[in-house]
Design a binder for this molecule. Structure first.
Ligand code: COA
Length: 132
């Protein structure tokens, strides 16, 4: 799994107890997964369909640097299933895991449409494919 986006935990990201607010983390992950799906499926219109159990493994505090990792685990006809992990960038301690996040490729009317993708593509391959 590649860990791309990093976040620096600031006061506005905290819950009243002074640790990272779960809602903030979920918002970041949903966006991270959406970007991953857009790149993999080559379509800017993807929607979150399903998120499995979310395990908040450990907390993060103000000043921590965290990093988010997403990887594709299954390409369906219209869907893409991903796995997610968030960890502390410095200590590598796991903060959150999600076994399944399903995004659906949709058309301009919001209806599911086949994406035709079967395997993980890296950004260089995506651009190379567009050049030809
Ligand atoms: C996404 C949406 C268009 C799918 O519509 P749908 O009628 O369920 O479509 P389908 O039954 O054809 O399913 C589409 C794909 O999702 C998968 N899917 C549907 N329900 C699922 C579930 N509960 N868990 C996992 N995958 C699911 C199907 O297996 C299918 O994948 P495949 O084509 O790769 O086999 C519709 O549910 C929707 O608009 N939901 C709201 C999305 C949204 O607004 N998200 C933002 C959060 S507010």
């Amino acid at each position: 799994m590649n860990f791309h986006t990093r976040k620096w935990i600031k006061p506005e990201d905290l819950n009243p107890n002074g640790s990272l607010f779960g809602g903030s983390l979920l918002r970041w992950i949903d966006e991270e997964a959406a970007i991953y799906a857009i790149v993999q499926l080559g379509n800017p219109r993807v929607v979150t369909k399903y998120i499995s159990e979310i395990n908040f493994v450990s907390s993060a505090k103000q000043g921590d640097i965290i990093e988010m990792g997403i990887t594709a685990i299954a390409f369906g006809n219209t869907s893409l299933t991903m796995r997610c992990e968030v960890r502390n960038k410095i200590t590598r301690k796991s903060i959150l895991t999600i076994d399944k996040m399903v995004f659906v490729n949709v058309d301009e009317y919001g209806n599911p449409v086949a994406h035709g993708r079967k395997e993980i593509k890296f950004i260089e391959e995506q651009f190379a494919a567009e050049d030809h």
